[in-house]
Design a protein around this ligand. Structure first.
Ligand SMILES: Nc1ncnc2c1ncn2[C@@H]1O[C@H](COP(=O)(O)OP(=O)(O)OP(=O)(O)O)[C@@H](O)[C@H]1O
Ligand SMILES: [Mg+2]
Length: 236
């Protein structure tokens, strides 16, 4: 098992964002997390790698307890997990090459170019600074940087929002391929039900602090839940 949440709760003030949430993600699985804005999708990803502590409950990554982990253990967990943030978090003062090579122990040019190719970019941008390329390109560079060290678990926060349809397809294919070929586990937060239906193994729907549904694509497709039906209509 790659990730496990047991009765995880997190509130901000009066707002219970996660109200006792339990689920597991199998190794090599692609799990999509869907939910309306503000329903705790990003919080779920952040607590998985200890960027945010839950108020209660337990979180395990490859059997390692994240909720009680020391900074040292968290650093090891984060080496295994790559996180692609909702907004590209590139370092402005570094070049694209330096950004992609950031997590590499040896700053290998070939590996950097290989990862840029995976996200449909090439070496022509290596010496540019993030502010000199478009938002969509920055998102792709940020994904390339996450892929570079070869993580076993990938956490994506809306990886395709703001990307053109061709790159969106490329990113989705990449997620499916990493899962099939390298047995990489992916958790993908998305608003895109169409994409979830194509590449997810299972879909988790978060609503009002709880799991409204967690099921295979086929079962989600035949769900009678009004919220899920709304998502399904958008995917038509
Ligand atoms: N650091 C924080 N401090 C205070 N409130 C927070 C913090 N992080 C998240 N929240 C609140 O928790 C709720 C859930 O946030 P979260 O970012 O997980 O939503 P989301 O499902 O990712 O939404 P979106 O689809 O808009 O990205 C929101 O109401 C948000 O305002
Ligand atoms: Mg979010």
């Amino acid at each position: 098992m790659a990730i496990s949440f047991k009765n995880v709760a997190k509130a901000f003030g009066q707002k219970k964002v996660l109200d006792g949430v339990s689920f597991s993600v199998e190794t090599g699985e692609v799990l999509f997390i869907l939910g309306k804005s503000g329903m705790g999708k990003s919080v779920t990803l952040k607590t998985t790698i200890g960027l945010m502590k839950p108020d209660r409950g337990e979180i395990y990554v490859h059997g390692e307890a994240v909720h009680t982990a020391s900074e040292h253990t968290l650093a090891q967990v984060r080496k295994k997990c790559g996180m692609v943030f909702q907004h590209p978090a590139l370092l402005d003062s570094l070049t694209i090459f330096e950004n992609v090579a950031f997590g590499l122990e040896t700053k290998n040019r070939e590996r950097v170019i290989e990862c840029l190719k995976l996200v449909h970019l090439d070496e022509s941008i290596l010496n540019r600074k993030p502010q000199e390329i478009s938002y969509g390109m920055q998102k792709r560079v940020s994904l390339a940087r996450t892929l570079a060290p070869g993580p076993q678990i990938l956490l994506f926060d809306e990886p395709t929002t703001g990307l053109d349809p061709i790159t969106t397809n490329a990113v989705n294919e990449l997620i499916a391929e990493l899962s099939d070929r390298l047995n990489v586990t992916s958790v993908v937060v998305s608003h895109d039900m169409g994409c979830a239906l194509r590449i997810a193994d299972r879909i988790l729907v978060l609503d009002q602090g709880n799991i409204l549904a967690l099921d295979t694509v086929d079962r989600i497709k035949s769900s009678s839940e009004p919220l899920i039906q709304d998502f399904l209509r958008e995917a038509l």
